[in-house]
Design a protein around this ligand. Structure first.
Ligand SMILES: C[S@@+](CC[C@H](N)C(=O)[O-])C[C@H]1O[C@@H](n2cnc3c(N)ncnc32)[C@H](O)[C@@H]1O
Length: 219
């Protein structure tokens, strides 16, 4: 990836694409939560908002070639997937409240659901009905990883930085058994970042740093 560009975006669209899929086991699919108590009223969508920041935002900019899918499995209308594409998104801000407003507006904008595929609700932000399978519908031959403290250590994986990849993470509750089984069936490789289970947004930050270092060294 290159440096920060004039439009505040980091990196190049062509080549390596990173996607993060975060499974929000209780996160509100309807957007019905209070902005003055996000953590207490949203099924912990705050955890996912911090993941968005860790995956997409750098100091004074937004990463291109990074897409984040939030799989929302909580409350009315679940499951839904909210996608944020760093390449086309605008006005992404790092504070949790701003991101909560963005997510809430996006979920309300397509509140009726029912339409097939992702529906664009604002630049770089789209929503669709569905869960993990729908988020991974266009996976093709992209490498799929599940972040798991019991997996293979990221530092022993040689080629992870040089290809497109999708990384699936759990939220504060981790990953449920059904999701793990499905990911295994899809051929996901368990990937360990270190010996300690850390918060999901920290896991994204650690992995992103690892990928940045490798890409910076790539010819
Ligand atoms: C807060 S952790 C989940 C904790 C949960 N109580 C559990 O035991 O699964 C959130 C997610 O971050 C990822 N994660 C956390 N630490 C990790 C590590 N050391 N290696 C790989 N992934 C990790 C996993 O995907 C995990 O589901």
């Amino acid at each position: 990836m290159g440096g920060l560009r004039a439009d505040g975006k980091l990196g190049q669209r062509s080549g390596r694409m990173r996607r993060f899929v975060i499974i929000g086991q209780t996160a509100s699919a309807s957007g019905d939560f209070r902005l003055d108590d996000i953590a207490g009223t949203s099924g912990r969508i705050d955890v996912l908002l911090r993941c968005v920041r860790a995956a997409l935002l750098v100091s004074h900019g937004v990463r291109r070639a990074v897409v984040v899918d939030l799989v929302l499995r909580g409350g009315p209308g679940e499951p839904r997937v909210l996608r944020i594409d760093g390449d086309t998104s605008k006005f992404l801000r790092p504070d949790e409240r701003s991101l909560a407003v963005l997510v809430q507006k996006a979920l309300k904008a397509d509140a009726q659901g029912g339409r097939s595929g992702f529906v664009s609700v604002r630049p770089g932000v789209s929503v669709r009905t569905g869960g993990l399978d729908e988020a991974l519908a266009e996976i093709g031959d992209t490498r799929l990883f599940v972040l798991d403290p019991d997996g293979e250590d990221v530092r022993t994986l040689k080629d992870i930085g040089g290809t497109d990849a999708i990384f699936v993470l759990g939220d504060h509750l981790g990953l449920d058994a059904e999701t793990r089984v499905r990911l295994k069936a899809l051929g996901a490789s368990p990937l360990r970042l270190g010996p300690v289970a850390i918060h999901a947004d920290d896991a994204i930050a650690v992995l992103t740093n690892e990928l940045d270092r490798r890409e910076a060294q790539a010819p």
